[in-house]
Design a protein around this ligand. Sequence first.
Ligand code: NAP
Length: 242
Amino acid sequence: MNFALVTGGSRGIGRAVALRLARMGYKIIINYQSNNAAAEETLALIREAGSDGELLKFDVSNREETVAALEKWQAEHPEEYIEVLVNNAGIRRDNLLIWMEPEEFERVLNTNLFSFYNVTRPLLQSMIRHKYGRIINMASLSGVKGLPGQCNYSAAKGGLIAATKALAQEVGKKNITVNAVAPGFVKTDMVEGLDEAELKKQIPLNRFAEADEVAAVVAFIASKDASYITGECIGINGGLYT
Ligand code: NAP
């Protein structure tokens, strides 16, 4: 069985992606930061779906911790490699820039953008050796359009989209595709506290997305059917910004 790593796989969009990839036959490595119970629940759902997986807890914003966890995994699985990587873990800390503390800016950049470097780089070598890989980065509408109150988050996600396009050109010859998806509003813990009734008035489809509607697109990009798509950023926003 081939392996897929989903960062932030314990909850929300990451969990939905993990389940979709599990149904495609992947064994799922569920990364998360602290929520053991949620991660266990994702694993149980993966097993119910007929696949298997394992938990790999590390903080994607911490380079040493991330590299150590991935090297340990590889040492324990000398015959295997991670062929699908979904860089999904993310946080938001919204504030107007004039009020934004350095810690709010740095944490969001570290978790949403530097994590791309921390997680992807250690896995690239084996994808190149096997001449196959799928890397999917969870961006956001905020990184395409820029949203007020999110200078930190928009910068991180915009940077992630640019890195997606750059890496796609570096590794295309090795049969590795690199794409991003940019969801609008998705019903997860992350949007708790937002006024859905008010915000949905701006969305042509008049509702927030379900996590599985994002996962469906990620699963397609991860599939063999998406073999000629690379360097793209696919919007999943109900028409909010087209
Ligand atoms: P969520 O429900 O808040 O889940 C966040 C996930 O990321 C959890 O699994 C969490 O682990 C993990 N995580 C957070 N910080 C981490 C770290 N430093 N190291 C490892 N794991 C970490 O969020 P979501 O809505 O599913 O968002 C998933 C991705 O989609 C994010 O990149 C987000 O920016 C993006 N996105 C979301 C929306 C939306 O409307 N929801 C829209 C556009 C883009 P624990 O469970 O251990 O905390």
